[in-house]
Write a protein that binds this ligand. Structure first.
Ligand code: SF4
Ligand code: SF4
Length: 100
């Protein structure tokens, strides 16, 4: 196999338009989904801070739920929700949401 130098390596991973990640519905990758128990939530916003997909919906200082079009189901929000609160449960996609 012929070795390529850096000048022959095709350019990849260029983001041509800022903010274009919103156009990609990464929620289709998800196997498990976060479910909020709003009765337990103290609106600390830790889930919002840590979500790598900006998929936590917040309005006027209140945590409202999740943007499931973009949530990949990583579970970081549930992990970061304070131990004393634990307002987020990760459920299999097909499981019924009995909480909230
Ligand atoms: S599961 Fe992951 S991607 Fe989905 S809302 Fe929680 S932190 Fe964000
Ligand atoms: S981390 Fe937990 S308590 Fe804090 S806003 Fe999110 S769901 Fe509510």
């Amino acid at each position: 196999m012929m070795k390529r130098g850096w000048k022959e390596t095709p350019i990849r991973g260029i983001i041509l338009e800022a903010g274009s990640s919103h156009d990609y519905a990464t929620g289709g990758w998800r196997k498990i989904k976060p479910v909020l128990d709003s009765a337990k939530c103290i609106d600390c916003m830790l889930c919002w801070v840590f979500c790598p997909d900006s998929a936590v919906i917040v309005e006027n200082g209140k945590m409202l739920g999740f943007d499931l079009e973009h949530c990949k189901g990583c579970g970081i929000c549930a992990e970061e929700c304070p131990d004393k609160v634990k307002a987020i449960t990760m459920l299999a996609e097909e499981e019924e949401e009995e909480i909230a």
